[in-house]
Design a binder for this molecule. Structure first.
Ligand code: B1M
Length: 214
């Protein structure tokens, strides 16, 4: 198989024997972030489709996720960094009830590499913890990630909680596969007195942070 397809297969088959050799070979051809976006994410997409259609069982999805994480960890030192720092602070979390963190951690890497301080709280974070961290770190923005459909409801409840505590001055960035731009920018924006924005991917997360700090 050509290298790009081999990397995709490695994610789908959770095959990490010789993984770093393939990643190093890919690094000789293109930037680390392109490898993530084009090859590794394509593999995860296939995993999601196979799982969604009942052709792959959960333990295998978990194994694929582990190979994805190993790959990102191997590529991370090669990712482009702007060399800046102190551009602003974001508190980032996967919302309550949701364990998916690969996307959130990519957002962390990309923001960190571009000069932001990221307070990454991890997975399954209740809104109270997110609020405490935002206050403690005097955050310029709050970022919430979640991939489950039920997480879109949790995000709505979290916004209402922020609002009831009067925390509407901190912009909120939302991302994750179950969200749509319309849900965030129309429905959620309509019920939240502050600013809530949708990030389709980690790069849009970065441009939204740049806009917040501009
Ligand atoms: Co889960 N899972 N999973 N899973 N899983 C999905 C999300 C699902 C769509 C699969 C499917 O059915 N096709 C489905 C959700 C269906 C629904 O809600 N309607 C699902 C399910 C059902 C479940 C369980 C309930 C299964 C079960 O137990 N029966 C369970 C949930 C547990 C829980 O959360 N309580 C579960 C568990 C797992 C694993 C643990 C096995 C594993 C996660 C491992 C981990 O993250 N550490 C897993 C995986 C890997 C997936 C899929 C296959 C891949 C997710 C992924 O990592 N994608 C996923 C299928 C899919 O997404 N279509 C699926 C790659 C990642 C880079 O993308 O996170 O979307 P993503 O991030 C993107 C953007 O969304 C954006 O940037 C990233 C790219 O640049 N982004 C942000 C994300 N967050 C952002 C925040 C921002 C900005 C951008 O700013 C704040």
């Amino acid at each position: 198989l050509p290298l790009a397809e081999r990397l995709q297969r490695r994610i789908v088959d959770a095959d990490d024997k010789g993984l770093t050799d393939d990643l190093d070979a890919a690094l000789a051809e293109k930037p680390a972030l392109e490898i993530v976006n084009e090859d590794l994410l394509a593999g995860m997409k296939t995993v999601g489709e196979l799982f969604g259609s009942g052709q792959m069982q959960l333990p295998f999805v978990l194994a694929s996720a582990e190979v994805m994480k190993k790959s990102v960890a191997h590529l991370e030192p090669h990712m482009e960094s702007s060399g800046e720092s102190g551009k602003g602070t974001i508190v980032l979390a996967t919302v309550k009830g949701d364990v998916h963190d690969i996307g959130k951690n990519l957002v962390d890497i990309i923001l960190t590499n571009n000069g932001y301080t990221v307070v990454n709280l991890g997975i399954k974070q209740p809104v109270g913890t997110i609020i405490e961290a935002a206050v403690a770190h005097n955050a310029d923005a709050i970022g919430m990630s979640g991939l489950l459909v039920k997480s879109t409801v949790v995000m709505k409840d979290n916004l209402l909680e922020l609002q009831s505590r009067g925390l509407v001055q901190t912009p909120v960035l939302l991302g994750g596969a179950a969200l749509t731009r319309a849900y965030v920018e129309q429905d959620l924006n309509g019920l939240f007195a502050g600013e809530v924005r949708y990030a389709r991917d980690a790069f849009e997360g970065l441009s939204l942070m740049d806009a917040v700090m501009a």
